[in-house]
Design a protein around this ligand. Structure first.
Ligand SMILES: [Zn+2]
Length: 260
């Protein structure tokens, strides 16, 4: 019996409106024990929280403004979001937040300002960060370096970089690399890179509905497909799938300390 944690899945999205119950059922059948839900923007908070009340102890919410949703109005959006962190709240992490300069650099500065504000939330609330970085490795390192001494923790989600980049990121002691279906892609060099990364710094995720692993590549992703990422991870680390599931679960629980 495995206990798998999917540390990053957007199952509250419209993509799952028609068959969410079946998606949850298939995840449980595939021995997914818990699913962590990163938030995107203000409009996704209520849908995310309703999943968490419908399946308590299975879904866990995060709070944050995704970098591609940072626009001119971001200060007011963050003001409103921040009110949800006052007093007792259900959020297990700040996320997903980060920098994304892949398609659009027009909010270059705003993305950094929004991220700094949300990293400050993580510090003051004692919560881990779910970080998204795309075409922004250097900027991310520069932005986070003042927080190294403040003991920030979290996940660098959807990691797909080089060995050098992995070493930069893992110089932050309390962080894990989030590995998803990209690992199973034929042309991915990630399995080579991972040979230089100890398994105790890795967590698994789906990023559903995106980035389905082979053999579902290009289709809607869901949490049960995390099995294929774990299968490949077991091959990379020359361990059983049970071992990689258990180690990555323990790693996730070391970061997400509110989850029990
Ligand atoms: Zn995501």
């Amino acid at each position: 019996m495995m206990r798998i944690i999917d540390t990053h899945s957007h199952l509250y999205g419209n993509e799952f409106a028609d068959d969410l119950k079946n998606v949850v059922e298939r995840a449980r059948q595939q021995q997914v024990e818990k699913i962590f839900l990163p938030n995107i923007n203000e409009s996704t908070v209520e849908a995310m929280l309703s999943l968490c009340s419908r399946w308590p102890g299975f879904f866990y919410p995060m709070l944050g403004l995704h970098p591609t949703d940072v626009k001119d109005d971001y200060p007011a959006v963050l003001d409103r979001m921040q009110r949800r962190l006052v007093g007792p709240h259900p959020f297990i992490a700040i996320g997903e937040v980060g920098l994304d300069y892949y398609w659009d650099r027009s909010f270059y500065k705003e993305q950094q300002e929004a991220l700094i504000r949300q990293v400050e939330w993580a510090v003051s609330c004692g919560l881990p960060l779910m970080l998204h970085t795309r075409s922004a490795h250097r900027e991310m390192m520069n932005l986070l370096s003042p927080y190294k001494e403040k003991g920030i923790t979290g996940v660098f989600h959807s990691f797909g970089g080089s060995v050098d980049e992995a070493e930069d990121l893992l110089s932050f002691d309390g962080f894990m690399l989030g590995i998803n279906g990209v690992l199973t892609f034929k042309k991915s060099e990630l399995s080579e890179t991972l040979r230089h990364i100890p398994l105790d710094r890795v967590v698994v995720e789906t990023d559903a509905p995106y980035l389905s692993p082979v053999p579902f590549r290009g289709k809607r992703n869901e949490s049960s497909y995390i099995y294929y990422t774990l299968l490949k991870l077991a091959d990379v680390y020359k361990e059983s799938i049970e071992t990689v599931a258990e180690v990555t679960r323990a790693n996730a629980l070391r970061v997400f300390t509110k989850v029990r």
